[in-house]
Ligand binder design. Structure first.
Ligand code: GDP
Ligand code: IMO
Ligand code: MG
Length: 420
């Protein structure tokens, strides 16, 4: 059996949570492999909206096991809040969530370091979600980190040593902080973590594959935020691309099956960094209002713009995408014309391949397609698609060279059309 992968092809928030929830009945296991509570994955069903940060999006399916893999960074405080909230709704997740011993813990002092570093950057800030992601991955690669498995042995001493290191680091910043204030919640979160089964996820995942179990790996963030291939330094601190599945779960590359790449019918980005198709005008404002484009984790307004095929082609190449899933098609329902960026112009140079650097001088070259001017939200079958939507999808498939197999037309679980 192979591991299928679902991941974002743009700058995050493509609708991964919804799609994982829709597809999860076909899988035995849903596994997060990177990122942490910087993610905000939204699921909607029975008129209730759930936003998950640390917890995989298969959690509402009783027969699905959810794994937090070794590549994830986990904040016990946020984790406890999520567990308690779900328990309040009658969902006991201690039975269908297991956690890798090798996942790294986000300490209160990691969050403080994140905030201090962003403040020191001033105008040049990354626009981090301030969840401590960067500092925690820095400790991981710097070989200082604290892991979930450490909770089982010598935890207090290891915690204190890392906190002291962070206090020394914080001396370089002009930043006021109080670590102790956050520690009570943090240690309560550790107690909540102890209620879950800790696993050696690499063994568990590989055994599942041998047993023929179906696994879906759930990406967080998006390809354009990847630490290696995103618009560095305005990126997150993990490999968000398909290769991150193997390092984040411990499965061999040969075990990767279908790679499902999700994109919005337009584009959004939260935080700083280049965004060639960004619309700073009324059209951008319309997209933000129609698409409710406000961050699921931080509530910040998302920057909005037209779809960018130069970036999408790059993402498809990096991930080896085998199927495309288009979300939020309904947000474009009222537009007369839909613009699609097919190249960039920078000075007298034209790029169709994603260049080393994009900046404010990189201008998109557009192809205009007619809008469908139809309400898509109650459509459930492909044969009901308006002609202009069919043409939009055909145009994208031809340019991108990969079939679109699902189209999402609203936030609810049922608002999805299989176009295979
Ligand atoms: P994720 O981080 O990729 O899981 O995406 P987010 O949950 O951060 O953001 C996607 C937002 O769009 C959420 O509010 C979803 O409920 C919503 N959403 C998902 N798919 C659709 C869709 O097809 N149409 C509309 N209108 N909203 C959608
Ligand atoms: P999901 O999984 C959108 C962005 C932040 C910032 C940059 C670095 O919901 O798609 P970090 O906190 O990682 O140091 O922030 O990355 N970012 C996201 N943007 N969706 C996300 O996750 C994001 N996670 C991080 O806004 O620009
Ligand atoms: Mg999100």
């Amino acid at each position: 059996m192979k591991i299928d992968v679902i991941l974002g092809l743009q700058w995050g928030d493509e609708g991964k949570g919804k799609i994982v929830d829709v597809l999860s009945p076909a899988y035995d296991v849903i596994a997060r492999f990177q990122g942490g509570p910087n993610a905000g994955h939204t699921l909607e069903f029975n008129n209730i909206k759930h936003v998950l940060h640390n917890i995989p999006s298969g959690i509402f399916r009783e027969n699905t096991l959810n794994i937090i893999g070794n590549g994830v960074v986990l904040d016990p405080v946020i984790f406890k809040k999520e567990v308690d909230k779900l328990a309040g709704m009658g969902v006991d997740i201690t039975r269908n969530l297991v956690i890798s011993r090798k996942a790294h813990l986000i300490l209160p002092s990691h969050r403080i370091l994140d905030a201090a570093s962003e403040k020191a950057k001033g105008q040049g800030k990354i626009g981090s979600t301030l969840k401590g992601i960067g500092p925690t991955y820095m400790d991981k690669t710097g070989r200082n980190g604290l892991r979930v498995g450490d909770i089982e042995t010598g935890f207090q001493d290891k915690y204190k040593a890392l906190k002291e290191k962070h206090k020394n680091l914080l001396k370089i910043y002009d930043f006021e902080y109080n670590i102790e204030e956050a520690e009570t919640d943090w240690f309560e979160g550790i107690e909540t973590l102890k209620k879950f089964k800790f696993i050696d996820s690499e063994h568990v995942v590989n055994n599942f594959l041998k047993e023929g179990k179906k696994i879906l790996a759930e990406g967080a963030q998006g390809t354009m935020l990847d630490i290696d291939f995103g618009s560095y330094p305005f990126v997150t601190s993990s490999n968000t691309i398909c290769a991150g599945v193997c390092t984040g779960l411990g499965n061999p590359p040969s075990s990767i099956g279908e790679v499902l790449g999700i994109f919005k019918a337009y584009c959004t980005r939260v935080g700083s960094g280049p965004f060639p198709t960004e619309l700073l005008d009324e059209t951008g404002e319309n997209l933000r209002n129609l698409g409710h484009e406000f961050g699921s984790t931080t509530g910040r307004p998302r920057r909005c713009g037209w779809i960018d095929l130069v970036a999408l082609k790059y993402s498809i190449m990096l991930n080896g995408v085998t199927q495309l899933i288009m979300t939020k098609a309904d947000v474009l329902d009222t537009f007369d014309t839909i613009r699609v960026a097919t190249a960039y112009q920078c000075g007298d140079k034209i790029f169709t391949d994603f260049p080393y650097e994009i900046d404010d001088n990189t201008k998109p070259i557009y192809t205009d397609l007619p809008g469908w001017k139809t309400d898509l939200t109650s459509i459930r079958e492909q044969k009901q698609f308006p002609e202009a939507l069919k043409k939009y999808i055909l145009f994208l498939e031809k340019e991108l060279g990969v079939p679109v197999t699902y189209v999402s037309v609203g936030p609810d679980r049922v608002q999805i059309i299989n176009t295979k």
